[in-house]
Design a protein around this ligand. Structure first.
Ligand code: DX5
Length: 225
């Protein structure tokens, strides 16, 4: 499935990690009308202290959601998993700058004709990751420590989002700036005003009593009328 390019919209991206896995298909059908794509939070229990799911779940998510899928690889050796998630139907694969072989993994993603994303943990200086901007389609600024849903948004990440937005603007390239972690109706406007245009939401989205209202609030995060 072709992956959308930045076009001025705010992309709302449910994180499957927070879905009710006893009825995953129904959950994905429920969020589909309100979402731009979905994100798979892939965790290996080594890079982060949690284990989530593999490519077989990714394939099921791609089928059931009917949406583009981005795989956020929070794993020690992302290059080992790129082909499996490509075969599962992920149109964009994001690797962590801090993981082993990140650059080789990005090159492999591009060689497969997929969109490539780079994620950075809160404590990682931006200088190194931003040097890879010319090969990226998405830059993910983590607004929590990776590993678990339901954490509190780290507002100290806002200057980092701003700095990445400035770098993307200077590059003149169409790169999504994704914020992931603790995104809700209150924190989304902060992230968007700092420069994010793709918002990953897990716990707040799947627990929302009114998806229309919630996703409208996220899309309207630029404020104003
Ligand atoms: C952390 C995960 C979470 C998840 C979003 O590793 O990446 O950030 O996607 O979860 P919430 O929206 O519940 O913070």
């Amino acid at each position: 499935m072709n992956f959308p390019l930045p076009d001025g919209r705010i992309a709302v991206v449910p994180s499957v990690l927070s879905a009710d896995f006893t009825r995953l298909g129904a959950e994905l059908r429920r969020v589909r009308p309100h979402s731009d794509w979905v994100q798979l939070d892939v965790m290996d229990g080594r890079f982060v202290p949690n284990i989530s799911f593999g490519p077989h779940v990714g394939a099921a998510v791609a089928r059931a959601s009917g949406l583009p899928v981005d795989a956020h690889l929070m794993v020690e050796r992302p290059g080992d998993l790129v082909e499996a998630f490509a075969r599962a139907g992920c149109g964009l694969i994001t690797v962590h700058y801090e993981s082993r072989g990140a650059l080789a993994a990005l090159k492999k993603i591009k060689s497969l004709g997929l969109r490539a994303g780079l994620a950075v943990k809160p404590a990682t200086p931006l200088a190194g990751p931003l040097r890879l901007l010319p090969m990226l389609d998405l830059f993910l600024v983590m607004t929590v420590e990776p590993g678990f849903g339901g954490q509190k948004f780290i507002s100290g990440m806002l200057p980092r989002i701003k700095a990445v937005r400035a770098a993307i603007k200077k590059s003149g390239r169409p790169v999504w700036l994704q914020a992931d972690g603790g995104i809700n109706a209150e924190t989304a406007p902060l992230a968007v005003r700092a420069g994010a245009d793709s918002l990953v939401a897990g716990s707040a989205l799947f627990s929302s009593g009114n998806l229309v209202e919630f996703t409208r609030a996220l899309r309207g995060s630029r404020g104003g009328r």
